[in-house]
Design a protein around this ligand. Structure first.
Ligand SMILES: CCCCCCCCCCCCCCCCCCCCCCCC(=O)SCCNC(=O)CCNC(=O)[C@H](O)C(C)(C)COP(=O)(O)OP(=O)(O)OC[C@H]1O[C@@H](n2cnc3c(N)ncnc32)[C@H](O)[C@@H]1OP(=O)(O)O
Ligand code: NDP
Length: 515
């Protein structure tokens, strides 16, 4: 019997960010491995015209939860959506709900965050720092609380090269930042943002670092652990390989490359692609929750959930395998054939952006306009280039994360738990994982049927023929123009023609002699 599964069996669990990518995988695993758990409270806000109940219902009825519904048929009764907006004071939770949460909760998993890289500092601070502080204040009033697990990111200290499992100080105290957000106006905040984030690339990594300091300061008397995952990718094994549901991280770029929009990207091919599967993160998170509650370590432990130092894969290997999978399982209705390359300098990146990204988009939009349709590709391309500019930092740097706590935790698990809550990334076969990832993007994100693969291949063949025809036509036009305007081009042309005709006559003469 799994010790960890048994531990969660009798618990009341509170999850923030349960509607997010990691939150869903976390809930799924909890219900599947501990179907007799008491209840999971999820803090959810209504969104996109859906009530919180409808949102939770939709998640429980998704493919991700198919196994759960077999193992735990009454899953609907074990989940309690609580109306909460983390941007509001006390999260806007009603008095009755708050009383129930405070009196019943045993374990808190804090996954909610804004993960946008371009969020204004005020909003990122509100969600990633102030809301964390408020949640800790709530947790401090929970008499039955056994563990509080905070999801941070391995990139919270991406301004350093070597990162240990410790909390690093920031130049300005989080409390001062929180206070200043209350009285500074937006224009001033925008002005001081670059100074505050310093050598970090965005407000996300900066506010996640502040969030960790808040956890350390406010949670001193609680059993707390911090999980720092690197780039979270599709699931590796559970509940099935390749599950993914948003455009974050590599996902959007895989789509852009597979559909033929992304043709070149500035990257350091030998830099480590520190991806980590979502189910690995969830297994470590659950193991850390158990360890924190049962073993009560004296200080807050930080766990690096990364792959680079135990089983490294570089961007070149990853990129080549992504492209190889497109050959096997192409995406439907591609704009161009998938064929991408890494560029090394800003100059070559600008060149390829102009030639391979902007120019085809403009030409296609002209074609759309001429055929009476609305041009849309240039806008899409501009958005893609903006996204790439935001992600480039992470594919052109390498980090070393130490993983002593994570390895210690692994050694504390029984063989049964090591199997059931596997976070040993050394067992990951990258080529197989990346192939499943790309297929998962096709199936679960693009909602493309595998039955459409032969037609997708035909489409790519047509695109190849169009590409050849286009190149020949372009060559002939340019050459014709050169001959018309430039004497040297004419001389070269006559030289080639006379050389070819001499060669042909020689060939003809020698074949006649042989006869
Ligand atoms: C030699 C071989 C070469 C081979 C090359 C082959 C290339 C193959 C690919 C290789 C992959 C390389 C991958 C590198 C990836 C590196 C990633 C590094 C990530 C570091 C992670 C740090 C880890 C973390 O801790 S945080 C989690 C990660 N967070 C993010 O990723 C957020 C990043 N995103 C943003 O900040 C923003 O989205 C931004 C700024 C990039 C873009 O903002 P913008 O306002 O322009 O767009 P959006 O409004 O966000 O969305 C546009 C559009 O998409 C729709 N959309 C967005 N999200 C979703 C969703 N979840 N589901 C469905 N649709 C979504 C959105 O609605 C918009 O659509 P509209 O119709 O226009 O409304
Ligand atoms: N994905 C990744 O690559 C990585 C993620 N992480 C960390 O893991 C955690 C989970 O990330 P991930 O699942 O990918 O993120 P998602 O963006 O998928 O999910 C974010 C969650 O936070 C919730 N949320 C945001 N704002 C509010 C609000 N005002 N009130 C209530 N809920 C809110 C969202 O709810 P709603 O659905 O209503 O918007 C959603 O459930 C985060 O802390 C992130 O920093 C760390 C490293 C990498």
């Amino acid at each position: 019997m799994s010790t960890i599964a048994a531990f969660y069996g009798s618990k009341s669990i509170l999850i923030t960010g349960a509607t997010g990518f990691l939150g869903k995988v976390l809930m799924e695993k909890l219900f599947r491995t501990s179907p007799d758990l008491k209840i999971i409270y999820v803090l959810v806000r209504p969104k996109a015209g859906q009530t919180l109940q409808q949102r939770v219902f939709q998640i429980l009825n998704s493919k991700l939860f198919e196994k759960v519904k077999e193992i735990c048929p009454n899953v609907h009764e074990k989940i309690r959506p609580v109306s909460a907006d983390l941007n509001q004071h006390d999260f806007g939770i009603s008095k009755e709900d708050m009383d129930e949460l405070l009196s019943s909760t045993n374990i808190v998993f804090h996954c909610a965050a804004t993960v946008r890289f371009d969020d204004p500092l005020r909003h990122a601070v509100q969600l990633n720092v102030t809301a964390t502080q408020q949640l800790l204040s709530m947790a401090s009033q929970m008499p039955k609380l056994e563990a509080f697990i905070h999801l941070s990111t391995a990139f919270s200290n991406c301004n350093l090269k070597h990162i240990d499992e410790v909390i690093y100080p920031c130049s300005v105290e989080p409390k001062k930042i929180i206070d200043s957000m209350e009285w500074l106006d937006d224009a001033i905040i925008d002005e001081i943002t670059p100074k505050l984030i310093g050598d970090r690339p965005n407000t996300y990594t900066y506010t996640k670092a502040l969030g960790e300091i808040v956890v350390q300061q406010e949670g001193a008397n609680m059993n707390i652990a911090i999980i720092r995952p690197s780039i979270v990718g599709a699931t590796w094994q559970e509940p099935f390989p390749g599950w993914v549901d948003n455009l974050n991280g590599p996902n959007g770029l895989i789509i852009a490359a597979g559909k033929g929009f992304l043709r070149a990207i500035k990257a350091t091919p030998m830099a480590i692609a520190d991806l980590i599967p979502a189910d690995t993160v969830v297994n470590l998170t659950l193991a850390a929750g158990w360890y924190t509650a049962v073993h009560r370590p004296k200080s807050t432990l930080i766990y690096h959930c990364t792959s680079g130092n135990l089983n490294p894969c570089n961007w070149l290997k990853m990129g080549l395998q992504v492209l190889a999978t497109f050959e096997k399982v192409p995406f439907e209705k591609a704009f161009r054939r998938p064929k991408a390359d890494f560029t090394a300098t800003s100059f070559t990146t600008h060149y390829w952006n102009a030639v391979s990204h902007r120019a085809p988009a403009i030409i296609y939009d002209v074609y759309l306009r001429l055929t009476g349709r609305k041009p849309r590709v240039t806008k899409l391309m501009n958005r893609l280039l903006r996204t790439i500019s935001m992600l480039e930092y992470f594919i052109n740097h390498s980090w070393e994360w130490s993983t002593h706590n994570t390895e210690m935790l692994m050694s504390m698990l029984s063989p049964e738990d090591q199997r059931m809550f596997n976070f040993d990334v050394r067992q990951l076969n990258w080529l197989e994982y990346i192939e499943n990832y790309v297929v998962g993007v096709k199936k679960y994100l693009l909602k493309e049927d595998m039955a459409g693969v032969p037609e997708a291949r035909q489409h790519l063949k047509r695109l190849r023929n169009i590409h050849y025809l286009f190149n020949i036509a372009l060559f002939l036009i340019i050459w014709r123009l050169l001959i018309a305007r430039w004497q040297t081009a004419r001389n070269v042309w006559f030289f080639i023609v006379s050389f070819c005709s001499k060669f042909l006559s020689y060939f003809r003469a020698s074949s006649t002699l042989k006869l």
